[in-house]
Design a protein around this ligand. Structure first.
Ligand code: ZN
Length: 360
């Protein structure tokens, strides 16, 4: 490669980066005006982190006021923006929980799904409607089959947020102040126990509680087995008496029922965990980290509703230099051969490190 070619390549990279920065800035101006951007409550107790080319280039930042925080976001327009789930005495101290001193902590689940069998893409990091559907499906399982059924929470006690990629963040925000206060003071071991219950990790077949019994029995088709198991908490005693075939069938249904959720356990357990700020953009996709009301979740399509509409008004002439999977944004499909793409696709290509050029 000669010097001139190399120079052109670099100029192209700078040009793309400048465009991406411009769009993030444009978004934050709008998002702050419209109050889409989350202002973490008790902001002086929250740690802020951010990144451009990596998810978290920097953390241990804190602000004394909302004003100072918003001014900083506008000036820096980060590609990835995070806040701590914990409220800390010293959010800006470098180190772990003992340095930062945890006062209390928000409760949130992070559903982060992998590609599914039906996925149309070869690249594991790409997305399509099928993996996005799976993420939503898991959000419904967590909410309907656990948080509401087993823990007596109502949909008004939850905050549902699309993560900007293949997942959802489900915050537990009980309206009852006393309950909220109790769970926000749980320590990491209590939170660990909570998530292990949901993942069925401490499920004991000698004593199956009502929640797990209901969930597993829902998946058992054989009426005789269903009736037998529903009459007792000691399932082991019944399963042990079955022939090898039936025994394996029941055990595999139990395993499958337990393995429906892909939850990041660290997000529940880790004292100093950061989570994306609601209303920021996800630097890999350019999609909005967006709060969705429970009643709208069913109809929510990230490839449509999490795309900032202004990003679909500006177009670029491009040349894509590598084979990419196709992507459908706002009902239009883009492929390797696309010559004209909207800013939303530009942000996605940039976030996925795709080799492409903006033509004049
Ligand atoms: Zn997919």
């Amino acid at each position: 490669m000669n010097k001139i070619h190399e120079k052109q390549l670099n100029e192209n990279k700078i040009k793309i980066l400048d465009e991406v920065k411009k769009h993030y800035k444009e978004y934050f101006i709008y998002a702050i005006k419209r109050k889409w951007l989350e202002i973490p409550d008790e902001i002086h107790h929250k740690e802020i982190g951010f990144g451009y080319l990596k998810k978290v280039d920097n953390r241990n930042i804190s602000f004394d006021s909302e004003k100072e925080y918003l001014k900083w976001v506008l000036e820096n327009a980060p590609f990835h923006l995070y806040k701590s789930l914990s409220y800390m005495e010293h959010p800006d101290f470098i180190g772990g929980a003992s340095q930062k001193k945890i006062l209390k902590r928000e409760m949130a689940f992070d559903i982060d799904v992998h590609r599914v069998k039906k996925c149309t893409h070869e690249d594991d990091g790409w997305i399509c409607k099928y993996c996005l559907e799976e993420a939503k499906n898991q959000a419904f399982i967590l909410i309907d089959e656990f948080l509401i059924s087993d823990f007596g929470l109502s949909k008004n006690d939850l905050k549902i947020v699309f993560s900007g990629n293949r997942g959802y963040h489900i915050y537990i925000k009980p309206q009852d102040e006393e309950i909220k206060n109790t769970i926000e003071h749980w320590d990491r071991y209590q939170r660990r126990y909570f998530i292990e219950y949901i993942l069925g990790k401490n499920l004991n077949l000698n004593y199956v509680g009502s929640g797990w019994s209901r969930r597993i029995l829902n998946n058992i088709k054989n009426k005789q087995i269903k009736t037998q198991l529903s009459k007792t908490k000691n399932w082991k005693q019944i399963i042990d008496k079955k022939n090898e075939n039936d025994k394996n069938k029941i055990l595999s249904i139990i395993e499958n029922t337990k393995n429906r959720l892909e939850l990041d356990e660290k997000v529940m357990e880790d004292d100093i965990r950061l989570l994306r700020v609601i209303g920021s953009l996800h630097g890999y996709t350019g999609f909005i980290v967006k709060e969705i009301k429970y009643n709208s979740l069913e109809y929510f399509n990230p490839l449509n509703h999490a795309v900032f509409s202004k990003f679909n008004k500006e177009y670029y002439n491009v040349k894509i230099n590598q084979k990419i999977d196709s992507l459908r944004i706002k009902d239009k499909t883009y492929t390797t051969r696309s010559k004209e793409i909207p800013a939303s696709m530009l942000l996605f290509l940039f976030g996925h490190g795709v080799d492409f050029e903006i033509l004049d």
